[in-house]
Design a binder for this molecule. Structure first.
Ligand code: HEM
Length: 410
């Protein structure tokens, strides 16, 4: 059987999710512009091709029609708030329109804004670690990785403390949207997502009105200022505020558990890190490179184009395989080796994408992971995978990679 016939199916088989590296190698070596009948999509897997595609304006981010297709059983009229959210948010836009929408949130991610957020990230992380530290064992997903990212985003947006639980509950259908598997009831999910979008829009809309009169140092206040400068509508402002919750939640939750799992599977690397805490930054980059939480990033071909002699027709779905690019030996030496001291290609991995849509929250996510790692190593010496309770990878879904549970001991 050729790689063309088996690659995408294998990607969704649970055993392949444990170690997809051999498949990535096959794709890169034998079929770098791969058409999959099963997925009805193209898969680009070599580092330099993926980077070129991220830069290529012929590949569009406007993927609204795919959500509409996914939710075809309920029909567009049943999900107006969700459609408005999709239409307004930056990650669905191209060119100048994208640039304008991104400007709304840019100011919240400057180095100064991130520096100002750091004490809060440390405090939130410490509070979570305090709760579990005396127990000697925990499920990382339940106790830490599911909680840290939405708590940090809530803080960043300036959501008042008493409302945070409610705010985070509204994010759950969006999380489920990233976790769906063949058994998921898409109709019910679409309706839950619609309800949550309405609730979030109503809630954030009223907070935005308050902040218009009494601005603070928070992200929403910065976005209101940027709205005045860019002339963006209220719908676009709301869509991008909701996007921050959505974009920085499951991605970071999964990335924390993927990274910790990889690290703890390599006790020699944990030792290196304990002996030299200065390695923490390169360790975080390696945790990001090795197993991205978003292994494939989707684009739509806005026009027909050629790549390595293959013709990609207009309208095709094109998956940019960042997980395969991150293991490309032309950029990373011994790419399948997990190495916290790695000095080749620091920050060259494509886990946060590349080009105009590269992750706006990348440095925030880096600081979150670094803070958590530092506190775990300091306060839980002896941290290791729990041999009595094996890790449970998420249901097969090749778009998102993470764990349902990851039990550790110390
Ligand atoms: C480790 C955690 C994270 C990962 C792996 C991740 C990954 C990504 C990727 C791959 C993209 C690019 C998608 C594309 O090219 O279409 C992206 C975009 C984005 N991310 Fe993240 N992300 C993470 C955390 C965050 C956080 C914490 C925030 C905000 C608080 C955030 C906000 C965004 C936004 C707003 C975009 C859209 C950028 C645009 O379209 O211009 N992300 N992220």
């Amino acid at each position: 059987m050729t790689v063309s016939q088996k690659a995408p199916l294998d990607l969704v088989r649970p055993e392949k999710l444990i170690d997809p590296a051999p498949l990535y190698r096959e794709l890169r070596d034998q079929d770098p512009v791969h058409w999959s009948d099963l997925a009805q999509a193209w898969f680009i897997s070599r580092y330099e091709d993926v980077v070129a595609c991220f830069r290529d304006p012929r590949l569009s981010n406007n993927r609204l029609q795919l959500y509409e297709y996914q939710f075809r059983d309920v029909g567009p009229e049943a999900i107006p708030a969700f459609r408005q959210f999709l239409q307004g948010q930056m990650s669905m836009k191209d060119g100048a329109e994208h640039f304008r929408a991104r400007r709304l949130a840019n100011q919240g991610f400057t180095p100064q804004a991130l520096e100002a957020m750091l004490p809060a990230v440390r405090r939130i992380t410490a509070e979570l670690v305090d709760r579990v530290q005396p127990l000697g064992r925990m499920d990382v997903v339940k106790e830490l990785s599911c909680q840290l990212p939405p708590l940090v985003i809530s803080e960043m947006l300036g959501i008042p403390a008493p409302d945070r639980e409610r705010f985070i509950t509204w994010a759950q259908p969006f999380v489920d949207l990233s976790n769906f598997s063949p058994g998921t009831d898409l109709k019910a999910l679409a309706l839950r997502v619609e309800e949550a979008t309405r609730a979030l829009s109503g809630y954030l809309g009223s907070i935005i009105e308050e902040r218009r009169h009494a601005p603070g140092p928070d992200m929403l206040s910065r976005m209101i200022l940027a709205q005045q400068e860019t002339g963006a509508s209220q719908e676009v402002l709301l869509a991008n505020a909701i996007l921050l919750l959505f974009a920085g939640h499951t991605t970071a939750t999964d990335q924390i558990s993927n990274g910790l799992h990889d690290l703890l599977k390599h006790p020699d690397q944990v030792r290196l890190l304990q002996e030299d805490p200065n390695l923490v930054k390169s360790a975080v980059e390696e945790m990001l490179r090795f197993n991205p939480s978003v292994p494939f990033i989707l684009r739509l071909a806005a026009e027909t184009f050629e790549l390595h002699g293959r013709t990609i027709p207009q309208g095709s779905m094109v998956f940019l395989c960042v997980a395969a690019a991150n293991r490309d030996p032309s950029v990373f030496s011994e790419p399948d080796r997990f190495d916290v001291t790695r000095s080749d290609g620091p920050q060259k991995h494509l886990t946060f994408g590349f080009g105009p849509h590269n992750c706006l929250g990348a440095n925030m996510a880096r600081r979150e992971i670094q803070t958590l790692l530092e506190q775990l190593l300091q306060r839980m010496p002896g941290l290791r995978l729990d041999e009595e309770q094996p890790p449970r990878p998420k249901a097969p879904n090749f778009l998102f990679r993470g764990f349902d549970s990851l039990h550790v001991r110390w």
